[in-house]
Design a protein around this ligand. Structure first.
Ligand SMILES: Nc1ncnc2c1ncn2[C@@H]1O[C@H](COP(=O)(O)OP(=O)(O)OP(=O)(O)O)[C@@H](O)[C@H]1O
Ligand SMILES: [Mg+2]
Length: 256
């Protein structure tokens, strides 16, 4: 069970003459159970990546905490990292190496035994349909192939909790579907999955529950039905736009 509790993150940027603070995430709380896919939705700059980086122990919350079962990011960083698979768009893969080599390397970093790495690698390469390019240099791969490589690296140690920041960004519909089909199947095997996206069609198909994050605040939380009922709406996209677009003349929306 993943539990995000009253998470706040303030960045302090030192400028030449004055310090500037950015409240990227404000009092965000949500939970995700094993077998469930939670979608964190929000426009650019909403605080999605910041939230996921706090969950993955890459940055420390300013306030609040994140729990995985009885462990928390403030005190048990090492244990949390061993239980999490984190995928981010900033992941830089060395173009000189092959997917096969990189996945081996990360397996060894996770202190896995060679036989386990081999077994797990075969499973991931098959599931993600990577076998055609696992021995090509990463420099020569397409965006989708690189993304699948990054996914295989992040899952080599068979983590319980999967935290994927924009997993389908830049992917064509076919590659995007193979990634989302894989995540669905993976959740069904009892994994806890949190993804961020601003693509409503991906979210609606993939996620069991959602949080809509705007300007660092969680504006909506629940299943599709709960969110639609709360807003007397029949479209998640309309609810989302209601928070980020100014209202048309004569129309009332959530923006104050
Ligand atoms: N390291 C940092 N230092 C200072 N400000 C930051 C830092 N990281 C993020 N921010 C700020 O925090 C806010 C939230 O950024 P974040 O990257 O979490 O948004 P996001 O929802 O992931 O957006 P996107 O959809 O564009 O990826 C933004 O105002 C951003 O400028
Ligand atoms: Mg982001």
């Amino acid at each position: 069970m993943l539990k995000v509790e009253n998470l706040c993150k303030v960045f302090k940027n030192k400028k030449k003459h004055k310090a500037e603070t950015v409240e990227a995430v404000r009092d965000v709380s949500f939970e995700c159970s094993p077998g469930e896919i939670f979608g964190l939705l929000g426009p650019n700059g909403a605080g999605k990546t910041t939230t996921l980086r706090c969950i993955s122990t890459l940055i420390k919350p300013t306030n609040g905490n994140v729990y995985i079962d009885s462990y928390n990011v403030l005190e048990d960083g090492k244990t949390i990292r061993s239980r999490i698979g984190f995928l981010t768009s900033d992941m830089k893969l060395d173009g000189f190496f092959t997917p096969d080599y990189m996945v081996d390397y990360f397996g060894a970093l996770n202190k896995m035994r060679k036989e386990n790495i081999q077994q797990r690698k075969e499973y991931l390469f098959n599931e993600l349909q990577m076998n055609d390019f696992i021995h090509k240099k990463i420099d020569k791969l397409s965006t989708g192939m690189k993304q699948k490589t990054a996914i295989a690296i992040s899952l080599i140690h068979d983590p319980e909790v999967i935290v994927f920041d924009e997993p389908t960004n830049g992917l064509d519909v076919i590659t995007s579907k193979s990634v989302t089909d894989f995540l669905k199947k993976y959740a069904e095997s009892g994994k806890t999955i949190v993804i961020s996206t601003h693509m409503m069609n991906v979210a609606e198909k993939l996620c069991d529950r959602f949080g809509i994050l705007v300007d660092g605040e969680l504006k909506e939380l629940g299943s599709l039905k709960e969110i639609l009922d709360n807003n007397s709406s029949d479209s998640l996209e309309d609810v989302f736009f209601g928070y980020i677009l100014p209202p048309a003349e004569g129309e009332v929306n959530h923006v104050q």
